[in-house]
Design a protein around this ligand. Structure first.
Ligand code: GPU
Length: 838
């Protein structure tokens, strides 16, 4: 090893410059990066320069692990998970990498010795918002857990130039602003143009006979798009494993440009380039609903084709015969967004690699596995046949052929059941014809899983019932989980330290160990520490709210938080009905004894979802009145925190006393926010929906506020004929709430503003708010009672956190590995195999 010449620190070695973890070394590396990467020195550096210098300092320390990991995976041709997802909602990288590298404290000290504040620098990072909500965040938690468990994996997705929009609130309404997450550069990614691939779109197909006399098909596309991979390292917690998130950007192929350029059509060529680049321009901002837009289908085939071609390249590079593709890779489809993989893998194997149909079909089925994330009918993707034919003519032919073989199978198993054939067909022929993507995914995969026990059961009984009867062995449940590294260690250091001081820090990798906290639940000293930490964190949020919203909040009030996407099925407006109920009680009797509450909301609405946006407006309007009504005397406050994001969520979960998980039973597939709140010691008020059911089972019914109709009761009520008006007329408090809104009390006398929302409740109420109203109010009254008993509440809070072990994404990933992927850990040694310098 070589020493650095002419340097004050004589014994520093070159490797140490890039990999050393001591405070001295980190400081030097930081200043070095500031100078050589940002081109700045401390006197003239901006906060962003400092952030970038630190990010590169941390990235340097990842690279050795990343390269070693890649070398070992390649040498061993390790079996690998490909996690295909249209969304990866990663959140800021810097803090997470510090935690996972185990150098948070050293770095904090290093920057502080340079006169900087680490929290300040962490704040600087623009998070990559490449997802909408739960589904994208789950993918990110799974990457963290796969790396931590040393499971070889690749996340494949799209590098959207514009992620989820930034949300502003103007006059109480949501306003969308484009997200420019890349405008200061992205220090965490490395472009890999050498692994570009091409994706075809449009055009037509031609049949021909090859030299062996076999029937073949040639696809003459209308357009070709180039995909360029951008890689981000995904470091495990205190392991040497650094896996890869590979995101594709769309570009125009140069050869196309040149043709146009030579013919003098320069602007035409640029135009072409712009059209191509559109493909990875923007994330569709819909959550749990499909828009059916052409560009979206193009995005799906784009990233799926790029990813499958990339996997085939890897198979060849590692000298694995293509016939063993399914031994090298298992491809997990994150909902149906990548379901076109079924047809695309068939096409690649048959048309591009000369394989026969039967063998290709076997490989396809053995490689692919499908996770369903929704029971909502509007979220089940279907593409009009006409659109499919126009964009993917060859895939449509393949789908027809898959469908032919599949329906033969159905006929053989259920002879004479033509109605079943019609229901199960990959093509919906009830009106305009559509390709049903969930059916394609079910047929083309060897595994079909839901994301919570109840959800999987409902899939089997209802949404995918025919497929369950056809292929019962394919179905399995994988209850979601969340990563404790980001959602407690990074976001709640005070609680983390308290926990570790009592039970050691093994729980960070083995979350079940949190159960050892139960031994301290009767220890008054521990309870008081627990309580004062929660209270300190609430104080921080109070300060943030004062600064952001200009609202003064009582830190001793119940912090009652509902933070998630806005959707009618999630029923933020049921929460609103509760707020107005309390407000009415105060108006009727200003001296009433009420437990003070702060209602906090965060979340975005899809830009085209009118009702969700109206609910945001309603909440803000209620806040304007309630927060300023002297009768209320600050006992109630309503706060809408704008622009909810991962970064922001990390601030919110630790501050919650009460977590609102109040979806109509049978609608929320799982929920994952519910887990993050409880892990941080919030109590849940919730329906028996999604993973709430399992959370309640774990924490115990005494430590969970349950209310409302169950899924079977919901079906029964709807089947009987549900009449919301009856509830309105027979429930005095409910009627007063609705009348209060209708009177224009929250809208400066405007009685029209909220009429669409009220009408939808009075005359339809698809999500049964009125049916659940009284149960919800009664349950909230119990919450208020229990909160007054400080010791009891603290005890419940501790037990909630202590019993959350099951909901680590590590547990989920272990289950996937065992039941679906058949993958074992591949530990990475930081041996001699790669050094920074020869
Ligand atoms: N989910 Br489908 C999304 O966030 N977006 C979607 O497009 C679809 C599902 C969510 C579910 O609503 C939520 O219940 C679940 O916890 C999450 O996926 C992860 O499985």
């Amino acid at each position: 090893m070589q020493t650095v010449p002419n340097h004050q620190v004589d014994n520093l070695q070159i490797e140490d410059d890039r990999t050393g973890l001591s405070v001295e070394c980190l400081k030097r590396a930081f200043l070095d990066n500031l100078f050589y990467v940002q081109g700045k020195f401390p006197k003239i550096a901006t906060k962003n320069d400092y952030y970038m210098a630190l990010a590169y300092t941390v990235r340097d320390r990842l690279l050795q692990r990343w390269i070693n990991t890649a070398v070992i995976y390649t040498e061993r041709a390790s079996r690998t998970v490909s996690y295909l997802s249209a969304e990866f909602l990663m959140g800021p990288h810097l803090g997470n990498n510090l935690v996972n590298l185990g150098i948070y404290d050293q770095v904090k000290q290093a920057v502080s010795e340079l006169g900087l504040d680490l929290e300040d620098l962490l704040e600087q990072e623009e998070e990559p918002g490449l997802g909408n909500g739960g589904l994208g965040r789950l993918a990110a938690c799974y990457l963290d857990s796969m790396a931590t468990l040393e499971i070889p994996s690749l996340g494949y997705g799209i590098r959207y130039e514009f992620g989820i929009f930034d949300q502003d609130i103007r006059d109480g309404w949501q306003v969308e602003i484009t997200d420019k997450w890349l405008h200061c550069g992205n220090p965490w990614e490395i472009a890999r143009p050498e692994w570009e691939v091409y994706v075809r779109l449009g055009g037509h197909t031609e049949a021909y006979t090859d030299e062996h006399g076999r029937y073949r098909v040639r696809w003459i596309p209308f357009q070709v798009i180039k995909g360029v991979p951008h890689d981000t390292p995904i470091l495990g917690y205190k392991t040497n494993t650094a896996n890869t998130l590979r995101l594709w950007t769309a570009e125009a192929p140069e050869s196309f440009d040149f043709a146009a350029f030579n013919s003098g059509d320069y602007l035409g060529a640029v135009q072409e380039k712009m059209v191509s680049e559109n493909l990875s321009k923007v994330l569709y901002p819909n959550d749990d609903s499909s828009q059916g837009k052409r560009l979206r289908l193009a995005q799906q085939i784009f990233f799926v084709s790029c990813s499958l071609q990339d996997m085939i390249r890897i198979v060849f590079r590692q000298n694995v015969p293509l016939e063993k593709f399914h031994e090298k890779f298992v491809v997990q489809l994150n909902d149906t967004h990548p379901a076109i993989a079924v047809a695309e893998l068939m096409r690649l194997l048959i048309d591009e690699h000369d394989m026969g149909w039967d063998q290709a079909w076997q490989i396809t089925q053995k490689s692919l596995a499908y996770t369903n994330h929704t029971l909502l009918p509007e979220a089940l993707e279907r593409w009009p046949i006409s659109l499919f034919r126009e964009l993917l003519p060859r895939h449509l032919e393949i789908i027809y052929e898959i469908n032919y073989h599949f329906l033969e199978e159905v006929k053989a198993k259920f002879p004479g059941d033509s109605d079943r054939l019609r229901r199960m067909s990959l093509i919906d022929e009830s009106g305009e014809k559509y390709v049903r993507m969930a059916h394609l995914a079910c047929v083309g995969s060897h595994s079909i899983n839901g994301v919570a026990a109840l959800h999987t059961k409902l899939l089997q009984q209802d949404v995918l019932r025919d497929f369950y009867q056809m292929y019962p062995e394919k179905f399995n449940n994988k209850t979601n989980g969340v990563t404790p590294r980001r959602f407690i260690v990074l976001s709640n250091p005070r609680l983390t330290n308290l926990i570790s001081s009592k039970i050691g820090d093994n729980w960070i990798k083995h979350l079940e160990d949190l159960k050892h906290l139960e031994a301290f639940v009767d220890d008054p000293e521990f309870c008081s520490q627990w309580r004062s930490i929660k209270s300190a964190i609430k104080q921080d949020l109070v300060a943030y709210i004062a600064q952001q919203n200009g609202i003064t909040v009582n830190p001793d009030s119940i912090f009652d938080i509902q933070a998630k996407r806005f959707h009618e099925y999630k029923r933020q407006h049921l929460n609103a009905l509760h707020i107005i109920t309390l407000y009415n009680r105060i108006k009727a009797n200003p001296d009433i004894d009420i437990t003070p509450r702060t209602f906090i909301f965060g979340g975005k609405a899809a830009p085209g979802y009118y009702m969700a946006k109206l609910i945001i407006k309603l909440l803000n309007s209620i806040g304007d009145v309630v927060n300023n009504d002297p009768d209320v005397r600050d006992r109630l406050k309503v706060v809408f925190l704008k622009d909810y994001s991962v970064k922001f969520a990390q601030r919110v979960y630790p501050a919650a006393d009460l977590s609102e998980q109040i979806s109509m039973a049978g609608k929320e597939a799982s929920g994952t926010g519910n887990m993050k709140f409880a892990l941080n010691g919030a109590l849940t008020i919730g329906t028996l929906d999604g993973a709430n059911v399992e959370i309640r089972e774990e924490v115990g019914e005494d430590n969970f506020f349950i209310f409302g109709l169950t899924a079977p009761e919901v079906y029964a009520l709807k089947a009987r004929g549900y009449r919301p008006l009856d509830y309105y007329h027979s429930n005095r408090e409910l009627k007063a709430v609705i009348d209060r809104i209708a009177s224009g009390h929250f809208s400066h006398g405007d009685t029209k503003l909220f009429k669409p929302l009220l009408d939808s409740l009075l005359y339809r109420d698809e999500y049964l708010l009125f049916a659940d109203y009284q149960a919800y109010i009664d349950c909230q009254d119990r919450v208020s009672q229990v909160y007054r008993d400080r010791d009891r509440w603290t005890r419940m809070s501790i037990l909630n956190a202590a019993r959350m072990g099951k909901f680590s994404s590590d547990r989920s990933i272990r289950d996937y590995c065992q039941d679906i992927w058949n993958i074992k850990p591949v530990p990475i040694e930081l041996g001699e195999c790669i050094q920074a310098k020869e």
